[in-house]
Design a protein around this ligand. Structure first.
Ligand SMILES: NC(=O)c1ccc[n+]([C@@H]2O[C@H](COP(=O)([O-])OP(=O)(O)OC[C@H]3O[C@@H](n4cnc5c(N)ncnc54)[C@H](OP(=O)(O)O)[C@@H]3O)[C@@H](O)[C@H]2O)c1
Length: 393
């Protein structure tokens, strides 16, 4: 489905025609939009809280320029692509972009301004931006200035690409994925709490690659106490995410913890109301942020409130890495969007299962898993998929 935005020439009224197949979304448009999506992918993990956006300027099959948004505060993709095309007639050119161009002043001026100034003839965008400051206004502004605007090309791919940003803006919380490394019988630690290493080196490398795509990695206090994890990206190239520990009593906040290596990046300990108390000084000395979050009765911390705070702090995505109690609490709160399950070809027969009773409602009401991907990584298998909570809330 392609939406054509146009300003009726006789009046300033806008019309949005929903057309099944205009013949415009042809192979060339698809190919060039794929190029724009590829540009955007180059910055995954680096732009938060901003979306990942790529842009391509082409005349016919002739690609004149391409660019992407590299980091929050830096030039947007449209400006990056149009830079250097000064003096070139772009009236017959198309700008392909995976997200609606912005039309407001933020850290940078509106992208619609530069598109209009350079007299770009046509803009093809994949999806609109749910940010209330944009949300269709970018398309309207362009159409009112005579730019031909088409929306909807490769929308599914573009939505997945920006799942983190779109979740935060539309739902007011970060995109949440759970990552588990377990055996075929679903155990993530043996009876004595040991979990190193269940999966092989290739899978662990892949897990670091995953981490580099998230704004934060989160674990529970017992994992910190038992495993003393670093939670950084060191097995592959990439930026380390922030680290978050759910620890109502701040028991795992200790000097010398591997989490707290100097220069190790932003580290947050989440505790209950009034929990910071006597440990505030220690946290300050260790360079750790303390977030007090209301409790949710017997369920522990109110994860809804925690996620709201995290979104407000600019986190668009969180990778929950365990252990079992932590994963269970996120599942119980129905705030998990995706599961990445590494299964090692081993059976423990006893030990800790990756999820306890999350009161999901059994076979009939439990969430189903969609868009499943399976890949073999060394001897291990990674199964990933999106949770469909419809009917189980
Ligand atoms: N193979 C893997 O993928 C993997 C990954 C991680 C960990 N592990 C293993 O898992 C084991 C630890 O798992 P675990 O289930 O025992 O503990 P855990 O999930 O690491 O930590 C549980 C603790 O975290 C805090 N917490 C978690 N969610 C909370 C919430 N919603 N509200 C309030 N507090 C919350 C609580 O701290 P308080 O008790 O202070 O209230 C809770 O007792 C270890 O053996 C570790 O090696 C395996």
């Amino acid at each position: 489905m392609t939406e054509i935005w146009s300003a009726a020439p006789d009046s300033r009224r806008l019309e949005v025609a929903k057309l099944r197949d205009t013949g415009r979304a042809d192979e060339r448009d698809r190919t060039l939009m794929k190029l724009a999506l590829g540009q955007a992918r180059r910055a995954i993990g680096s732009t938060s809280p901003n979306p990942v956006v790529g842009a391509v300027v082409a005349r016919g099959w002739d690609v004149l320029a391409a660019g992407h948004h590299k980091r929050a505060g830096g030039p947007h993709a449209e400006r990056a692509a149009l830079e250097g095309l000064e003096g070139i007639d772009l009236s017959g050119a198309t700008l392909y972009v995976n997200l609606e161009p912005c039309c407001h002043y933020g850290a940078t001026p509106p992208c619609t301004d530069v598109i209009i100034e350079r007299k770009v003839g046509r803009v093809v965008a994949s999806i609109s931006d749910p940010n209330p400051l944009v949300s269709g206004k970018g398309f309207r502004t362009l159409a009112e200035s005579g730019v031909s605007v088409e929306v909807g090309l490769l929308a599914a791919e573009a939505t997945r690409l920006n799942e983190a940003y779109l979740t935060r803006v539309a739902r007011g919380r970060p995109f949440v994925a759970v990552k588990v490394a377990g055996t075929w019988d679903g155990r993530i630690a043996d009876s004595s709490g040991r979990s190193k290493w269940i999966t092989g080196l290739k899978a662990r490398r892949y897990a670091h690659y995953l981490r580099a795509h998230f704004d934060a990695v989160l674990v529970g206090s017992r994992t910190v106490l038992l495993d003393d994890p670093q939670l950084d990206v060191r097995l592959v190239k990439g930026r380390s995410p922030a680290k978050i520990v759910l620890d109502p009593g701040l028991e795992s906040l200790r000097a010398g913890s591997k989490l707290l290596v100097p220069g190790g990046g932003r580290t947050v300990f989440v505790c209950g109301p009034g929990g910071a108390g006597a440990r505030t000084e220690l946290a300050l000395a260790l360079g750790v942020e303390l977030w007090e979050v209301p409790s949710d009765g017997a369920e522990g911390l109110d994860l809804g409130m925690f996620l709201k705070r995290a979104a407000g702090e600019g986190f668009s995505s969180i990778l929950v890495e365990g252990g079992a109690a932590t994963v269970t609490s996120f599942m119980k709160a129905r705030v998990v969007d995706k599961i990445c399950l590494f299964a090692a070809p081993k059976l423990m027969g006893s030990g800790l299962s990756w999820m306890g009773d999350a009161a999901l409602g059994g076979l009939e009401k439990g969430p189903s898993i969609k868009e499943i991907a399976v890949r073999k990584i060394g001897p291990d298998v990674l199964m990933s998929g999106y949770l469909d909570w419809t009917g189980s809330r």
